[in-house]
Write a protein that binds this ligand. Structure first.
Ligand SMILES: CC(C)(COP(=O)(O)OP(=O)(O)OC[C@H]1O[C@@H](n2cnc3c(N)ncnc32)[C@H](O)[C@@H]1OP(=O)(O)O)[C@@H](O)C(=O)NCCC(=O)NCCS
Length: 153
């Protein structure tokens, strides 16, 4: 049985999400950008008891969803929280009319790449040396093509 719960993020979660982002993310979005995500994008958070364990942020513009970031605290990784957050983001994007989701990931970020491949993402382009020595991979999941997101959790 899952020992975590997922719910929509609210502006009152901003401090906790920002702290999680600073401590765990390779990208470290500024507080201003995080604030904009809560106001204009779609944020879901995962909680273990009273603790914030992870978050996912997505923007949906017409038929395109874009993954802004997904982060699970180091302490809570490898117990399905990343997969569950991603699943929720995809379900909500579909509900909002999105037909696909796009993301960008550093070529050396193996845990994230494994997560995305589990969901059926395919690489559609590459930005060479986007992260210093490392490339950025642009990946896409077309929703009608996915077999079963639930199976990927
Ligand atoms: C990428 C990230 C979000 C994944 O989060 P996570 O919660 O560890 O993801 P999951 O638990 O769903 O899956 C991770 C692994 O744990 C495994 N797992 C899931 N539940 C499990 C369980 N109960 N017991 C053992 N293993 C489990 C999964 O099968 C998966 O294995 P794999 O990597 O070999 O495929 C996390 O590593 C992270 O926050 N990274 C830093 C931020 C980052 O890079 N974000 C992406 C930016 S593009």
């Amino acid at each position: 049985m899952a020992d975590f719960a997922i719910r929509r993020g609210e502006l009152s979660d901003l401090d906790d999400v920002y702290a999680l982002e600073q401590a765990n993310s390779l990208r470290r979005y500024s507080r201003k950008i995080m604030n904009e995500l809560f106001e204009n994008g779609m944020v879901f958070v995962a909680e273990v008891g009273e603790s914030l364990a992870g978050y996912v942020a997505v923007n949906v513009v017409f038929e395109d969803a874009e993954l802004i970031n997904i982060v699970v605290d180091k302490e809570y990784r490898e117990r399905g929280i990343g997969g569950a957050l991603f699943n929720t983001a995809i379900d909500e994007s579909t509900n909002m009319g999105a037909k696909r989701i796009l993301l960008e990931v550093e070529s050396t970020n193996l845990p994230a790449l494994r997560l995305y491949k589990r969901f059926g993402f395919v690489q559609i382009s590459v930005r060479e040396k986007y992260y210093g020595e490392n490339d950025a991979m642009i990946m896409e999941l077309v929703f009608s093509a996915k077999c079963s997101v639930l199976d990927a959790q």
